[in-house]
Ligand binder design. Sequence first.
Ligand code: IPD
Ligand code: CA
Ligand code: CA
Length: 266
Amino acid sequence: MARSALLNVMVQAALKAGKSLSRDFGEVQNLQVSVKGPGDFVSQADFKAEKIVHDELMKARPTYGFAGEESPEEKGTDGAHRWIVDPLDGTTNFLHGIPQFAVSIALERNGEVVAGVVFNPATDELFTAEKGGGAFMNDRRIRVAARRVLSDCVIGCGVPHLGRGNHGKFLVELRHVMGEVAGIRRFGAAALDLAYVASGRLDGFWESGLSPWDVAAGLILIREAGGFASDMKGTTDIFGSGDVVAGNELIHKALLEVANRPVPSR
Ligand code: IPD
Ligand code: CA
Ligand code: CA
């Protein structure tokens, strides 16, 4: 599989940041037992990973814009290109010693995501995609799952929590979806959830209240793996709305319909 120079830069940045996160993840396990806990340490790990990604990407393309979760957006003199980066997606998992987290890097060109990398250093799984070039996991081609009916499907989701999201709306969605599917999962790292849809591990996924860095790389993985993604209304305004619904063509459509059913009268 031949990668473009740009995708190579993204992969190198993700691997380097992943190495730093891996080292820090080991330390988190020691800090779990301390009175102060690993909270501050994890914030430092997050910032460190973003700096590594930032410096690698900007060294290669100094004129591009940079939108990372942990720092104010840099506009860049090249108005067409922007990096969209989540240096540590799945922070709560990382903090709790759960090996489900990732570095997520996307490249946007004229408002369209054209390349994406999602790397989980704990499992050494590297997901990559470029527009028109297909999607890969560790250099093996990936495709979305082929299941045709929700009753056979395992569906991922995001669950709102203390201080975050619309709990009532989610409970209505969950009530409808769980009655139609073979299983529901909440793994806790949206970039990986989307990569799992791209690789057919999950048949579909939905979540609200996400930011562009949570989803940008995952979206191109899904599209290049033959899948479909939209916001909860079925439009492409995923960054604007913060919602995402994804799956193969049939499951995406079915999930949209089921998750949008109105509040039951009793
Ligand atoms: C979070 C994860 C999580 C999702 C949250 C995100 P973070 O990102 O992707 O799965 O449910 O909404 O904010 O904070 O770990 O980078
Ligand atoms: Ca995130
Ligand atoms: Ca993050």
